[in-house]
Design a protein around this ligand. Structure first.
Ligand code: AMP
Ligand code: ZN
Length: 113
């Protein structure tokens, strides 16, 4: 199910351009438009799920697939010395786009110095 005004559903349908780094029937990964690290991409389900708090038990395989993809894509993108995984959830969780997404950030960081 898509939500007509959801920016990530539009990206998933190709109605808004993105720099895709991975796609299959369930999942899409693309670079964050305002990267906060040298490597910063997002992994989203193609299915509209508002947030992690809205995921249902039947979504657990999809969530597992997305989490598993973090390491594959982090390595593919060149994050060879580790990476951060962030899922902002709800307004108090700092979520701005209401379509579940996993942030993956990597590359040299000040907190590693
Ligand atoms: P969040 O605060 O967790 O909801 O993060 C939303 C993220 O989506 C932010 O890091 C934005 O930079 C990113 N974002 C918003 N619009 C786009 C877009 N059109 N393409 C790629 N990333 C986007
Ligand atoms: Zn959506």
């Amino acid at each position: 199910m898509h939500q007509d005004d959801c920016i990530f559903c539009k990206i998933s349908k190709g109605e808004i351009p993105s720099t895709k780094i991975y796609e299959d029937e369930d999942v899409l990964a693309f670079r964050d438009i305002h990267p906060k690290a040298p490597i910063h991409f997002l992994i989203i389900p193609k299915k509209h799920i508002q947030s992690l708090a809205h995921a249902e038990p039947e979504d657990s395989a999809l969530l597992g697939k997305m989490l598993s993809l973090t390491r594959q894509l982090a390595i593919q993108e060149g994050a060879l010395n580790g990476f951060r995984v962030i899922i902002n959830t709800g307004s108090d969780g700092g979520q701005e786009v209401d379509h579940l997404h996993i942030h993956v950030l990597g590359g040299p960081q000040p907190w590693n110095k």
